[in-house]
Design a protein around this ligand. Sequence first.
Ligand code: TXA
Ligand code: MG
Length: 313
Amino acid sequence: MGDKHATERLDAGAEGIARAAALLESGALVALPTETVYGLAGRADRVETVAAIYRAKGRPDFNPLIVHVPDLAAAERIARFDDRARMLADRFWPGPLTLVLPMEGGAPVAAAVTTGLPTVALRCPAHPVMQEVLAAAGVPLAAPSANRSGAVSPTTAGHVLASLDGRIDAVLDGGPCEAGVESTIVAPRAAGWQLLREGPIAREVLVDLLGEPLPISAKRIEAPGQLAQHYSPGKPVRLEARSAGADEFMIGFGGVPGDCSLSPTGDLAEAAARLYECLHLAAASSKAGVAVAPVPDTGIGRAINDRLRRAAA
Ligand code: TXA
Ligand code: MG
């Protein structure tokens, strides 16, 4: 597990899903599709499995993992929900919202998942294949994005294999991910809320619903998906570009054309879904650098710009 050996390719039919669930139950590492990005899943309650996730990714061990559950009832066995947290779960689960909440005593979660924090990050994904695997495996699954630490996140099974082939037990191919950027992460505080990561559920929507401001966490270590450098294509990235410079791979948007485009029509949802695909293409190209067209900083555009700034850092 996590050591060098062949990675099984599974398709998302009944047989592939049953195989993925059986592998997971036995403590193996399986990359699974979600509506945001592919996750590298393993039993959250097994110390050795969680250690193997960190090892396969080469992840710094101070960066805690998200625990995936099939529904709110399973989540409530792991963390304490107050009325506000339950309201958000009711509204957005299953879906791309992660809640950081106080962990219940005796929760089936290895300490390495939370890196010893008293809180745990929980998410109930909407992807039907992920839902089926969670139901069949019957255990909470820790699943960070299925890429080497610091690299571009995967939105296809091909991206997963490019980064982790031979380092994980299997990948379940559910096609390209729909949202394309990682879940929005929020944490309730004694007073108010904090936004730990921008994502598909836009801050405006949460602020409206909560009726209070949603400051971005200043304590970076609490959301180290927020490490300054992350999502890197491994070459210099220049933002707000109107055209490519010499030896640059151009990622276009709207009226700004490129070697590929986030969205020729300027659609932000499409741009989010294509963001990592374009960064993977830029990484694979023979060009020495990457230039990216400006993207409006509204709605899911903020999550896109957040990832682009880290790719450029
Ligand atoms: O969309 C997603 O959330 C994807 C899919 C696979 O579900 N997963 C994902 O996981 O992005 P990962 O490990 O790449 O990001 C986990 C984020 C990190 O920023 C981490 O610091 C934060 O969650 N996190 C986890 N537990 C936390 C905790 N107890 N307190 C604060 N932040 C936490
Ligand atoms: Mg990640």
